[in-house]
Design a protein around this ligand. Structure first.
Ligand code: 5GP
Ligand code: MN
Length: 326
């Protein structure tokens, strides 16, 4: 009960700030995903509907399969935005340095609102609405829209929130799926969103080359000690198939889904000196703890970090750390 009261007071604090703000800039993390785009665009529509000047700033490239959420709106780059006296609303990001906007955008904001569900969130906002038990940031935005004014929840917003909910729960498969997630889904579906069109956009519109890339990547899987599986996507492979770095998502799941594997690790080579690592676990290893050893973070069963070194060096550093956890 105390926890419920704490959540309510966090939501009320956010709403107070929003009501007092004329100008709002929304941003989220690098390597955007369904939850970060879903929650950003949902808030954009909500704030527009209550007559705010609102902008989304995301410097990183939006994955192809999420562009359908952004069809009728413009997404700004930091350098194109010329605005003063604004509230910065950060969603789905546990770490201030991981925001996909410039330092200037961060520093010039009057007040920072932090809405997130990462276990690793360090409460960098002036106002924080953080619930690490929530399935997704979209679930928090859903709670927020109910508290602000439930009449604001229209089809556009519902489609965004549904996207974050299904992508972060792996279609209701992961341990962050609670009864509240199904209640939220049922409520969103009752607004007549086109659930199959959302699924088709996210999961069933892959370019053939992406599937071929996945095929080759699966060929790199190595299993260590029967419990750890590593998979790689090199720069060369992405160039060969002309697939953008941010469009390579979900590949780590093939490694996780092997019988007996508890921990899966994807090494994705952004350049010859920048490697993005994804960790996934099935039932007992806390991968947020592992990622935090490398200045990364995330959740217990899904986390990540970036290492500025070669793929070979990153792999050997990560594996020697990981072996301490199994
Ligand atoms: P993914 O492996 O899909 O990129 O990320 C898995 C989870 O870990 C997501 O919730 C993501 O936000 C988080 N995550 C990924 N990379 C980082 C990172 O470098 N730092 C932090 N704090 N979280 C990360
Ligand atoms: Mn999320």
């Amino acid at each position: 009960k105390l926890q419920e009261e704490k959540k309510m007071s966090q939501i009320n604090d956010v709403i107070d700030v929003i009501r007092r703000s004329d100008n709002i800039v929304i941003t989220s993390h690098y390597s955007p995903d369904g939850d970060s785009i879903g929650s950003s665009v949902a808030l954009y529509h909500m704030f527009k509907n209550i007559c705010k000047n609102v902008y989304i700033v995301l410097d990183d490239k939006i994955p192809m399969n999420l562009q359908f959420l952004c069809n009728n709106i413009s997404i700004n780059k930091s350098e194109d935005l010329n605005i003063e006296d604004y509230t910065l609303v950060c969603v789905d990001c546990g770490d201030f340095s991981r925001l996909s906007c410039s330092d200037q955008i961060k520093q010039n904001s009057k007040i920072i609102v932090n809405i997130d569900h990462h276990a690793s969130n360090n409460k960098f906002g002036n106002v924080n609405y953080i619930d690490e038990n929530a399935s997704s940031t979209c679930e928090l935005v859903y709670n927020l829209v109910y508290k602000l004014d439930k009449k604001l929840l229209d089809k556009d917003i519902a489609q965004c929130l549904y996207t974050g909910l299904i992508t972060d729960t792996g279609n209701f498969m992961y341990s962050n799926t609670h009864s509240s997630s199904f209640k939220m889904a049922a409520d969103l579906l009752s607004l007549n969103i086109d659930k199959q069109r959302i699924i088709e956009n996210i999961y069933q519109s892959n370019p053939l080359n992406l599937i071929k890339l996945i095929g080759e990547a699966i060929g790199t899987i190595e299993v260590i000690n029967k419990t750890v599986a590593c998979i790689e996507v090199t720069r060369e492979l992405m160039d060969k198939y002309e697939i953008d770095f941010n469009d390579v998502d979900g590949i780590v799941n093939y490694a996780r889904d092997i019988n007996g594997v508890e921990l899966a690790i994807l090494f994705k080579e952004k350049s010859d000196s920048e490697i993005k690592i994804s960790f996934r676990s099935k039932s007992y290893i806390d991968v947020n703890r592992i990622a935090s050893k490398f200045k990364g973070g995330g959740h217990k069963r899904a986390s990540g970090c970036t290492m500025n070194m070669s793929l070979k060096d990153a792999k050997s550093k990560i594996i020697s750390e990981v072996l301490k956890h199994i």
